[in-house]
Ligand binder design. Sequence first.
Ligand SMILES: [Mn+2]
Length: 348
Amino acid sequence: MKITFRWYGENDSIPLQYIKQIPSMSGIVSAVYDVPVGKVWSNESIAKIRSAAKQHGLEFEVVESVPVHEDIKLGNSNRDVFIDAYIETIRRLAAIGVKVICYNFMPVFDWLRSELNYQNDDNSTSLIYRNDEVLAMDPKTGELSLPGWDESYTKDGLRELLNNYKNIDETELWDNLAYFLNRIIPVCEKCDVKMAIHPDDPPWGIFGLPRIITDEIHLDKLLSINTSKYNGLTLCTGSLGVNPQNNISMLAAKYAKQGRVHFVHARNVLITGNRCFNETAHPSEYGSLDIYSILKELYINGFDGYIRPDHGRMIWGEKGKPGYGLYDRALGAAYINGLWEAIVKSDE
Ligand SMILES: [Mn+2]
C-alpha cells in the first residue's frame, strides 16, 4: 500500500513541502490542467508535475483524472479522434513512470453536491448532498446553480450538451464505455499503466442522465467487459458508500482478491436520509462506513495499490478548495496509516 495525496498543481494553495511533511506520504496524485479535454497532454506539462514532485521527494505515479471527452461518452462518430488523443496521453504518462490512471465515465457532471460549506456543530464545514434540493434544480431552465459547477459550462452549452444525451440510455452508455475500454486497454497492457474507473458520485442518475458505475452488479459488468487486470477500479468508499445497499467491506474484499483494485479513495460519509448524506471526518465513528473493516479486507485480500485520503472537512480556520484542505486530509492520512500499521502487525 502506498499513501498518496491529491495535488491540483501549481495553483493549489497547498505547497508540496507540506504534503511531504505528512508522515509516510509517498507521492502525489495530480493531473495536467492547462490542456482542454480531449487534447493530448503536453510532455512539458507532464514533466513539470513530475519534476516538482521529485524536488520534494514525492512520487508521481497516479493521475487523477485524464478526463474522457463527452463525444466518447456519447459515442459520436468523431470519438476515435479523442480516443487516439487519450491513448497518446497514456503513452506519455507511462513514459515518465505513471502506473495508474483514475478516470470516470459520468455524463456531463462529475461529482455533485447541494452544498460545499455546510456548517457542522463544531464549526467545521463539510460537503453535503440533499436529494430534494438537487431535484428542485432544472439544468435545462438555465437557472441551475450547482456548487462547484457554475463555471464549467455556459448555460447554452450545458443545455445543448444535456440535449445530446436525450437518446443515450444506460445500454448506450455501456456500449460506449466498452468501445472506449477495448481500444485503450491493449495500450495500457503494453505500457503497464492500469486504468481505475471512479464510481459515479453520487451513485444514482441525476437530471435524467444515465449513471452506470454505481453498485456491485455494475462493477461486475464493468470488469467483465474487458477482463484484463489493466481494466480496474478506484474504490471510492464515500461515493459507493452513500447507497446503504453497497457493502463496501465486501466490495473491497471481492475486487482486491481479483486484483482489480488499483487505487482507493478513503473517506467516510454519514447517510442522513434517503439519498442524503454529509461528508464527515475519516474515522469510522463519525460516519456510516467502517473504515477499519474496509482497510482490513483490502489488506487480507492482497491489495498493494495506491490509497489516498479523500475529501476532508475544512477545519482550524483553513480556507481553500472545499473538500481539499490540508488539515483534515492530513488527519485522514494519519488515520489510514495508523489503521494499516495495526492491521499489518496483528497479522504477524
Ligand atoms: Mn473519490
